[in-house]
Design a protein around this ligand. Structure first.
Ligand code: FAD
Length: 575
């Protein structure tokens, strides 16, 4: 990282003053940083985790399975001590260093909620799955139109140019498929479908009016453009080891892309090991003036000052920071005049999974170099409510050739066993859901009145659960996915409602929602707090509803849009 890194509390208000402060350096914070630095603002990034430099700090990126002491698994002791984090998708011996450990970061669960976190420079951008579909017009319109939420203050047309801005920079592969429920973007070439995926895609087109199984949109450089080469990134080698950190910089992360780019401007200062305690509000000036941090190692408290603040600590942590930012003017948390802060938490419904085996296709290749999955675009409740529930779901899907296995009555070791498992087995295909959930006031987070973390900050209490709408959607997904795979000639192996707690979907959202009316929302159409305009919240906390697309590219898009608006407003003297 080329940026200056503050190691000690330099003291003195002037020395600690910047044009902008960004809280958090993950997917959305990285984007705020890039845009603000490029627009000429001296920007301080406050990150609670350690420094992680691209390449240098990816210790497992080139390791072979036999070079990992436990062949990729964690020890039983670790699993016993970390029941929460070890449930996360992709967690293992090769990626554990990019996740937190349970005991270091407790929280209180009113109801079961698995809160998955990665506290380091780059946040969860190092370990995300990279799915990058655009929201459709339906998702922005549906909550108000169908009466299950307040209206978004923006529409698809407001964000479409910013999606393009982000896609071109990070690199997203995919096809232009012309599907209304999953709009096209600025794509690099997609990864190829295999023979079974092509077959199922064709079957669905024949059997249904509106079921489009397409090559997914993922933040991978399938074929880098000039801008990506300038970023120092190269072509994806389809190793499918992305979550270890990529030696080619081929998937998008803050560490490979936005932060080094911001550093090149000379406007960036990074302060890792900085746990943001609260945002400082000045009652005379009627705006926020800075941020109070606690050094995670020394516990020293320092204040930093700036004209604007971007809060990008990830959805629930941004709620926590605002709830903990109290003053005479805002005794219930910064900007919280209407008591909606922390309320209307949403997440994605990930409970349904179906798979099937397929006969035939055995003359086709059986090991595919493809780090992505196909996506069946949402086909439910488009523009009108047709089901006994609201919202829709995206279906992720892939077909793969299994390995043959040794019959159960034969020894599971030795030469015969090795022979048996080195042969290809039959094809299988899976489908799993990513469903919209309804944001409700009762689904909320708040500060614990009694318990604090090791830095003296109140613990977050999560009170988030499923409802009847979720149950109906899971049931529909399971029925429809079985029907589709059966129509394509598959034999159903499993159709499972895993009943996992919310949170494990890793798409927690809301609590600081955008809206048209300051009486019912926290943020305006530019992600500014209605009642404290120089604070912008552009991570998942800002989500008015959850939609059914993977959310992170929308966070990046809203962040870029808000950052450019902020700088325009600063130039006009409004901020
Ligand atoms: C395994 C996995 C797979 C995923 N797959 C996908 C996917 O395919 N598509 C998709 O869209 N999304 C996916 N996600 C979700 C995605 O990672 C998040 O939506 C995204 O990272 C959110 O960005 P963010 O900037 O809000 O938060 P983060 O990326 O988590 O960054 C927040 C940063 O803020 C820091 N921070 C927190 N609190 C404080 C504080 N008090 N003071 C200072 N710093 C603080 C954290 O340390 C962190 O660095 C996945 C997540 C996981 C874990």
């Amino acid at each position: 990282m080329l940026a200056k890194t503050i190691q000690v509390n330099s003291g003195g208000k002037e020395k600690n003053t910047y044009d902008a402060i960004v809280i958090g350096s993950g997917i959305s914070g990285g984007w705020a940083t890039k845009e603000l630095c490029e627009l000429g603002l001296k920007t301080l990034v406050l990150e609670r985790g350690r420094d992680v430099q691209h390449l240098k700090d990816y210790p497992t990126m080139m390791k072979k399975p036999w070079e990992l002491p436990h062949r990729g698994r964690m020890s039983n002791q670790f699993l016993k001590e970390n029941p929460l984090i070890s449930k996360a998708a992709g967690f293992g011996e090769d990626t554990a260093h990019f996740f937190i450990e349970d005991k270091d970061h407790p929280y209180v669960q009113d109801k079961p909620f698995d809160w998955i976190r990665g506290y380091q420079l780059g946040g969860k951008s190092l370990i995300w799955g990279r799915a990058c579909q655009r929201w459709s017009k339906y998702e922005f319109e549906a909550p108000a139109k169908l009466g299950y939420g307040i209206d978004w203050p923006i529409r698809y047309e407001d964000v479409a140019p910013w999606y393009s801005h982000v896609e071109k920079f990070i690199g997203v592969c995919g096809n232009k498929d012309g599907i209304e429920s999953m709009p096209d973007g600025e794509f690099l070439p997609p990864f190829e479908f295999n023979c079974v995926e092509k077959h199922v895609k064709q079957t669905l087109l024949k059997e249904y009016k509106n079921r489009f199984l397409v090559q997914g949109r993922w933040a991978h450089l399938s074929q880098p453009n000039e801008i990506h080469l300038k970023q120092g990134r190269g072509q994806c080698q389809a190793r499918n080891l992305c979550m270890r950190g990529c030696p080619y910089g081929s998937y998008f992360s803050s560490n490979s892309t936005t932060l080094p780019w911001a550093a090149k401007t000379g406007n960036l200062t990074m302060r890792p090991f900085s746990v943001v305690h609260s945002i400082i509000y000045d009652e005379l000036k009627e705006k926020a003036t800075g941020v109070r941090i606690i050094d995670s190692k020394t516990k020293e408290v320092t204040e930093y000052f700036s004209r604007i603040i971007f809060l990008n600590a990830s959805a629930l942590n941004s709620n926590l920071v605002l709830l903990n930012s109290t003053s005479n003017r805002f005794p219930n948390g910064l900007g919280n005049d209407n008591d909606t802060l922390g309320k209307y938490i949403g997440f994605h419904l990930y409970r349904g999974f179906v798979n099937a085996s397929f006969e035939g296709f055995t003359d086709k290749y059986y090991y595919v170099r493809n780090p992505t999955e196909g996506i069946l675009a949402n086909y439910r409740n488009l523009g009108k409510q047709e089901m006994d529930y609201v919202g829709g779901f995206t279906t992720f899907s892939a077909a793969y050739r299994t390995r043959a296995s040794q019959p159960a009555d034969k020894p599971q070791l030795g030469a015969d066993y090795k022979d048996a498992i080195s042969k290809p087995g039959p094809w299988e295909m899976y489908m799993y859901m990513q469903g919209e959930t309804v944001p409700k006031k009762t689904n909320h987070v708040r500060l614990s009145e009694t318990e604090k973390d090791q830095w003296g900050i109140p613990l977050l209490v999560t009170s988030v659960g499923y409802d009847d709408n979720d149950e109906k959607m899971v049931k529909d997904f399971l029925e429809q996915s079985q029907e589709m795979l059966t129509k394509a000639g598959g034999k159903i192996l499993n159709a499972i409602d895993n009943k996992q707690p919310p949170g494990l979907d890793i798409h927690e959202m809301g609590g600081v929602r955008m809206g048209r009316d300051p009486k019912t929302s926290m943020l305006n159409q530019w992600n500014q707090l209605h009642h404290c305009k120089n604070v912008f919240v552009t991570d998942g906390a800002c989500m008015t509803s959850t939609g059914n697309q993977s959310p992170s590219i929308l966070y990046m898009t809203l962040t870029a849009r808000a950052a450019n608006h902020a700088v325009e407003e600063m130039k006009k003297g409004n901020l």
